[in-house]
Design a protein around this ligand. Structure first.
Ligand code: G3P
Ligand code: CA
Length: 242
């Protein structure tokens, strides 16, 4: 079985995270998919940005949810990475889905709804994916078990996975009960016992964020179903050696 390689926020080691240049580079580096983070603007436009605030990755200040999309698109999301990327904008989910109509990569869309509540985020994202007929290429993930419950209730054909950085007691069984397809775990949680337990519950396993040949090779040897990496070029090279 070939472990899938997802570019974390795009090829984010080499280009500004969660931007079109990072997604294009992931495609060029032969990633199987892209992992990205989605949240809503003040006027409910799903945009791709990791932090709740724009401060770290743009030339703006404040919370994403305090900006309308018109205001947010004025910000520069490339300059803080490198002046070469000046003029890069925060993409919308629509931008990514449109781009992917030709590229046909897998998309792991992480709902950033664990800290600040975005009640309708699940519905909005599902609607967008359906509008682009991309149900078969997308998987939704979230750190929020409440959001997993919402996704279960929505009963859409798009698969979803529970994301965790901690070994929360019973999270595998709970994920299964809520009809998740998989679990996305921080690398340090990966061990044979957890792997077997997930497999016994018919859950696939994705591991994040692996950037070193040693950890990537271990995940390929397990074999995990997917790895999430900032360096898809290195991941592809080391997968070929296993
Ligand atoms: O989806 C895996 C990983 O991206 C989750 O953590 O903080 O990088 O969004 P974070
Ligand atoms: Ca993420």
């Amino acid at each position: 079985m070939k472990t899938l390689i997802y570019a974390h926020r795009g090829a984010s080691k080499y280009a500004p995270e969660n931007t079109m240049p990072a997604f294009n580079l992931a495609y060029e580096q032969k990633a199987d998919g892209i992992e990205t983070d989605v949240q809503l603007t003040k006027d409910n436009v799903p945009v791709l940005i990791h932090d709740e605030m724009v401060n770290r990755t743009t030339n703006g200040k404040g919370f994403v949810h305090d900006y309308t999309y018109e205001q947010l698109r004025e910000l520069d999301a490339g300059l803080s990475f490198h002046y070469r990327f000046i003029g890069t904008r925060i993409p919308t989910l629509d931008d990514l889905l449109k781009w992917n109509q030709k590229k046909r990569l897998r998309l792991n869309i992480e709902l950033k709804n664990s800290k600040l509540s975005s009640n309708s985020l699940e519905e909005i994202v599902i609607k967008k994916i359906k509008a682009f007929n991309m149900e078969n290429l997308c998987i939704i993930s979230t750190f929020s078990m409440n959001s997993i419950k919402n996704l279960c209730e929505l009963n859409s054909p798009i698969p979803y996975a529970f994301l965790t950085s901690k070994n929360i007691p019973g999270f595998i069984e709970k994920s299964k009960e809520l009809r998740a397809s998989g679990i996305h775990i921080r690398y340090r949680l990966l061990n044979r016992r957890l792997f077997r337990s997930a497999k016994n519950n018919n859950l696939y396993i994705a591991v994040y964020t692996l950037n070193h040949p040693v950890t990537l090779t271990r995940a390929f040897q397990f074999p995990c179903d997917a790895v999430i990496t900032d360096v898809p070029d290195i991941a592809v090279r080391y997968r070929n050696r296993v």
